[in-house]
Design a protein around this ligand. Structure first.
Ligand code: EPU
Length: 303
C-alpha cells in the first residue's frame, strides 16, 4: 500500500482552496450512524469552482479524495487517509425551465422535496423520509419501492478526476439497483425532470409514505438506512427476522427490533461492532437460508 500523505503534502495540494479546511477532523458526527474515525483533512469547498480546485489539487499530488454524503456509508474506526470533502455549501436549487429543476449535490433530499412541493412539482415523493443528499442519491441511484432517482434524472453536472467539468445526459448512463454507473469523478449537481401536480396530491402521497416509514423503520435512532440489498424476489428484513436475528447486539450496535434490515446505534457503538454485527447477520441468514446478503452500505476507511 502507498504511504499515507503527509500534512505538508496535503497542505500544498490545498493551497488554492478558499473553503474551510479542518485537520484531523472526526467524521462520526457527519454520518447518520455516528460511528467511525477522523479524516486526515476535511475540506468544505465554498462553491463549485472550489470543488474543482480540490479535485485538481488531489489529482496532481496523487492524494486520495472522497466525498462524504454521510447517510449510506460506514467509516471504519481508524478513519480516512487523504482528503475527505463535504459539499455542504453546494445548496443551490432552481427551476431552470418548465418542471426542469437544477439542484446542487449538497442539497438534502427533504429540502429538495420542500422546493418541489412549493412549485407544485411531482416526482420526488418516493424520497419522503430519506435523509441523504442529492449527490449521494445520484451516485447510488437512491430509491424506494415507489421510485428512484433514475426515474427523474435528466442530466448530471459532473467533474472528472482530472478536474474537467461536464454535463452527462441521463440517457447515456446505466442504472443498476442502488448504483449508477458514472465515470470517475464527483457529482456537482443534477437536472431533474419533474412533472406538474396538485399540491394536495403531492402532500398526501408524501404524508402517507412518511407514515409508513415511521411505522416500520427506526427513524428516531441513528441509522444508515437499509443495511443489505434485497435479494431478488425476497426481502432482507424478512430473512433476518426469520433467522431470529432481530435485536442481536454487539455493544451499542443493534439489529433494530422495529425493522430487521436496519442497524441502529444505541449510544456509543463503534464501526468495528457494527461491522461484526453485519457479519453475524450475513452468517446467520446464510446458515438458515443459504442466501448471502449483500451490503447496500458503502464501507470506507482503515480498520
Ligand atoms: N419485514 C419483516 N421483518 C422486518 C422488516 C421487514 O418480515 O423486520 C418484511 C415486511 O413485512 C415486508 C418485507 O419484509 O413484507 C419488506 O419490508 P419493507 O416494506 O419494510 O421494505 P424493505 O424492502 O425492507 C425497502 C427499501 C427501503 C425503503 C422501503 C420502503 C431496500 C433494501 N430497502 O425496504 O429503503 O424505505 O423499501 O419503500 O430496498 C434504504 O434503501 O436505505 C431504505 C430505507
Amino acid at each position: 500500500m502507498r504511504e499515507p500523505p503527509t500534512r505538508e503534502q496535503l497542505r500544498r495540494a490545498l493551497i488554492l482552496v478558499k473553503g474551510e479546511i479542518r485537520w484531523y477532523e472526526p467524521l462520526a458526527p457527519l454520518t447518520s450512524l455516528q460511528v467511525g474515525g477522523p479524516a486526515d483533512v476535511l475540506v468544505i469547498p465554498s462553491d463549485v469552482e472550489d470543488v474543482i480546485r480540490v479535485v485538481r489539487g488531489a489529482r496532481m499530488s496523487h492524494i486520495p479524495l472522497m466525498v462524504l454524503g454521510g447517510t449510506n456509508v460506514i467509516i471504519r474506526d481508524k478513519g480516512i487517509r487523504g482528503m475527505v470533502m463535504q459539499l455542504k455549501h453546494l445548496t443551490h436549487i432552481q427551476e431552470e425551465a418548465d418542471q426542469l429543476v437544477y439542484v446542487q449535490a449538497g442539497v438534502r433530499l427533504p429540502r429538495l422535496m420542500q422546493f418541489a412541493l412549493g412549485r407544485k412539482l411531482s416526482g420526488m415523493e418516493w424520497a419522503a423520509g430519506i435523509p441523504g443528499t442529492v449527490g449521494g442519491g445520484v451516485v447510488m441511484n437512491a430509491g424506494t419501492r415507489l421510485g428512484e432517482i433514475q426515474d427523474v434524472l435528466h442530466a448530471v453536472d459532473f467533474v472528472t478526476i482530472n478536474g474537467k467539468r461536464k454535463r452527462i445526459e441521463a440517457a447515456t448512463l446505466t442504472f443498476l439497483y442502488r448504483k449508477t454507473r458514472l465515470p470517475k469523478g464527483i457529482v456537482l449537481g443534477a437536472w431533474l425532470q419533474l412533472t406538474s401536480a396538485a399540491k394536495a396530491t403531492i402532500q398526501s402521497t408524501t404524508k402517507q409514505y412518511l407514515q409508513y416509514r415511521k411505522a416500520t423503520q427506526p427513524l428516531t435512532l441513528p441509522n444508515a438506512g437499509s443495511v443489505f440489498k434485497n435479494p431478488t424476489g425476497d426481502s432482507a428484513g424478512r430473512l433476518i427476522e426469520a433467522a431470529g436475528l432481530k435485536g442481536l447486539r454487539m455493544g451499542d450496535a443493534e439489529v433494530s427490533t422495529k425493522h430487521a434490515n436496519f442497524i441502529v446505534n444505541r449510544g456509543t457503538a463503534t464501526a468495528e461492532q457494527v461491522l461484526t454485527l453485519v457479519r453475524k447477520v450475513q452468517d446467520g441468514v446464510a446458515r438458515k437460508f443459504g442466501v448471502r446478503l449483500q451490503l447496500e452500505w458503502k464501507v470506507v476507511g482503515e480498520r
